[in-house]
Design a protein around this ligand. Sequence first.
Ligand SMILES: [Zn+2]
Ligand SMILES: [Zn+2]
Length: 498
Amino acid sequence: MSIIRDIILYAISVLLGVITVGGFMTSIPAGVLFLLATLLCLPATHSLLRKLTGNKAGKGIFALIGFLLALVLAFAGGMLAANKERAEEETKSNAKTAGSISTIHMSVVEDDSTQRNDVGENDSVQSDDAGKDALTDTEDKSDTEKKISQETTNDIPEPSRLEVHFLDVGQGDATLIKCGGQYMLIDAGDDTKGTVIWNYLRKQGVETLDYLILTHPDSDHIGGAPVVLTKFDVNHVFVSNYKKDTTAYHKLIQALDDQLIEAATPNTGSTYNLGNATFQILAPVNTYNNANDSSIALMVTHGENTFLFTGDAEIQAEADMLVNGNSVDADVYQVGHHGSSSSSSSNFLNAVSPAYAVISCEEGNSYGHPHAEVLNNLRTMDVDVFRTDEQGSIVATSDGKEITWNCAPTTSWQAGERTLSGGRDDDEGDTDELVEAESDSEKTDYDGEYILNTNTMKFHLPDCASVDEMAEENKETSKLSREEIMEDGYEACQNCNP
Ligand SMILES: [Zn+2]
Ligand SMILES: [Zn+2]
């Protein structure tokens, strides 16, 4: 055996080890490299060392050392390669293929089935569409989003950066705020968005939420909260003092009970820390007889930058905030009540005088959000407006002085169209249940009971054939109105058409 050949073999094995460790060839499975490095290292090292030392008795030990060396190299390389691939996958998450969407969905369903409870069941039933929606939604926008976000967020060192993510959760609100390794979620979309929010937060590295603020108990704000509470450790949960007798609300209370979390109602005026940012509770100032006006409002301050969130607070609550005297002046205003004209009165808007505004609503929503009056006022004030129905999830980054965005503001200035029949208007101060009911309201004559299927999330008339076939444990009788039931996430049966 030639010593030169052994040296060449050894060099090749070291080279392979280096390639593996460097994680340069992540497309080649780490396992193949592992195998090659091991096979080549073993005889080469053994033979080389034996020749160098001339000690035949020691060859077993040398062979073992060579083998272990290859093992360590290949293992370290494999770990590095896997980590690198995972990191790349995360940045490329927007460009996921259909294949990986179904993989994600599978893991969601599996996970939920292992800790089966009401929340998990409903969520897994409904997560399919919601998950796909969110992923396909972001697909279209991935290019600009990725480019801009890499330019902006990576420039600012993590501790002195605040990020506000306005998640695209269709008709509803969910906003993630990151600062100095701490996380706050304001609202959690409706009950079809729990999984979407969970996935988004996981990708943002969230393990613990320092604060979960549920501005008010409408289903488009609390529906996804049970999933969030189940999937993350949550240190503080703030809720409005307004209670509702709806399925979404009862599920939230149940989830809080299950997690042994006591939700608190914060005092208006009090201030909290999030990383090196602070936030102050601005509302509710009074008690109100409707959920929207009872919204918790808060101002997040990061250096010279300010962000205002008012939930669905309407004109009365806004006026009370102004009277109460805490400053509402903000750089970024999350437009109240999804851009409804029942909020963002001229007085309030003037006091906020935002440079930027974000509207969280769903394309083609039946409420006609955002309303033309609000858009026109913002346009007149020369505000840059971002919309989740047009731009998908929107990220604002603050360095304490300036705010940068991951996408361009709207140029459409297109108001929504009200498709709720009956000429009902949010301005009239209707209660929230009526305003937010997602339905055509032609069928309000029926005032009997409905039968709910808590598994399929469909509702039926009592004499519908499906009711007989329904498993007893999924059956629930409801005296709520059609609108209220739909607001809780139930769909009308196609056969009995309740
Ligand atoms: Zn809402
Ligand atoms: Zn509301």
